[in-house]
Design a protein around this ligand. Structure first.
Ligand SMILES: NC(=O)c1ccc[n+]([C@@H]2O[C@H](COP(=O)([O-])OP(=O)(O)OC[C@H]3O[C@@H](n4cnc5c(N)ncnc54)[C@H](O)[C@@H]3O)[C@@H](O)[C@H]2O)c1
Length: 314
């Protein structure tokens, strides 16, 4: 199956950059949301982000050429009627997603892959009210979707293998790094690992072992330096598996096993300290600090993406 046209439903944080990522690769994209204002805002963001990609030589096409490949549509039927692949990126609301997947099966071509960027629902959950469960698959991106290469591909119990294979080939062709999750489990791979680390970080802070700043330094200046190169399993291969085996036996009984968010995070949320968006969380974000942090992160991701491209350019 050849994917020539992609439709993105939901033009928020994720859908905006998912659409941009396909357009950057030369694919025609349609996008829709609930209002013209949201679509206008999404287009402006796509233009800004395409300008950054062009300036960093991550694309040869000027921003105007990339954004010209993205057509805003006023409704789902218009957006999906000619699509080979539909990527749903609406709010994380199961009822709403199920209703949408029912409509997608009705309005899209019979061969169209029906994908969802859901963070927590399984393809089986999403396909409950669609006539085409064999076309439904999760394609889970990470924010910002145009700069983070991983896409987790998660088939459901009824998903046809050709859907996964087509997506895997497509993503490889456009420079993403797809990983097929063999069985749909909550959090897939990436979020399970991130939240396992968060649970232990919360426990260390609550027990007074370390401050949030100390934890972040330990990650950024310590084992975090190795992760982009060797991941988890190769890192421990280098450490020596006999030693690691011994340490597991000593350390695992001490690791946190809580099943709720715990006191420290709950207290912040109750105080309205919701992170960068409210001006304070674990850190304070006065005087444009949140924008400065976002800019440093974006610059680091752009540098990493440029490094990824180096071998391909040779
Ligand atoms: N934010 C993240 O870091 C992240 C990462 C990975 C996956 N996700 C998942 O991606 C999806 C979107 O998240 P987001 O952060 O972009 O949310 P968002 O709130 O920024 O965007 C969601 C958009 O969907 C639109 N929408 C809602 N219902 C709709 C409908 N029926 N038809 C058309 N448009 C509709 C909203 O108007 C909004 O613009 C969620 O499923 C989320 O779990 C988010």
């Amino acid at each position: 199956m050849h994917v020539r046209r992609v439709a993105v439903i939901g033009a928020g944080l994720m859908g905006t950059n998912i659409a941009l990522d396909f357009a950057r690769a030369g694919i025609e994209v349609t996008i829709t949301d609930r209002s013209a204002e949201i679509l206008d805002r999404s287009r402006a963001t796509q233009h800004t982000n395409a300008t950054v990609l062009h300036a960093a030589q991550l694309t040869r096409d000027p921003p105007e050429v990339i954004t010209a490949r993205i057509t805003a549509c006023s409704g789902v039927p218009d957006a999906v009627c000619d699509a080979d692949l539909v990527v749903e990126a609406i709010s994380e609301d199961l009822e709403r997603k199920q209703e949408l997947f029912g409509r997608l099966a009705y309005y899209s071509p019979e061969h169209a892959i029906l994908a969802s960027n859901t963070s927590s629902f399984t393809p089986d959950d999403l396909a409950l009210r669609t006539a085409r469960a064999e076309n439904v698959v999760v394609t889970h991106y990470f924010n910002p979707a145009h700069l983070v290469p991983l896409v987790e591909l998660v088939p459901g119990s009824e998903t046809a293998p050709v859907m996964v294979e087509t997506l895997r080939a497509l993503y490889q062709q456009i420079g993403k790094q797809p990983v097929v999750v063999r069985r749909a489990v909550p959090g897939f791979i990436g979020n399970r690992l991130q939240f396992a680390m968060l649970r232990e970080a919360l426990a260390l802070v609550e027990a007074g072992v370390a401050t949030p700043e100390d934890v972040d330094t330990a990650v950024r200046a310590g084992f975090g330096r190795r992760l982009p190169e060797t991941g988890i399993f190769r890192t421990f291969d280098l450490g020596g598996l006999d030693t690691i085996h011994t340490i597991c036996g000593i350390l695992f009984p001490h690791l946190d096993v809580r099943t709720d968010a715990g006191s420290a995070l709950t207290a912040l949320v109750e105080q309205g300290r919701l992170g960068a968006k409210s001006g304070a969380g674990w850190y304070d974000y006065a005087d444009g600090e949140a924008d400065a942090v976002r800019a440093r992160l974006a610059a680091a991701l752009v540098r990493a993406a440029a490094q990824d491209q180096e071998p391909r350019a040779k």
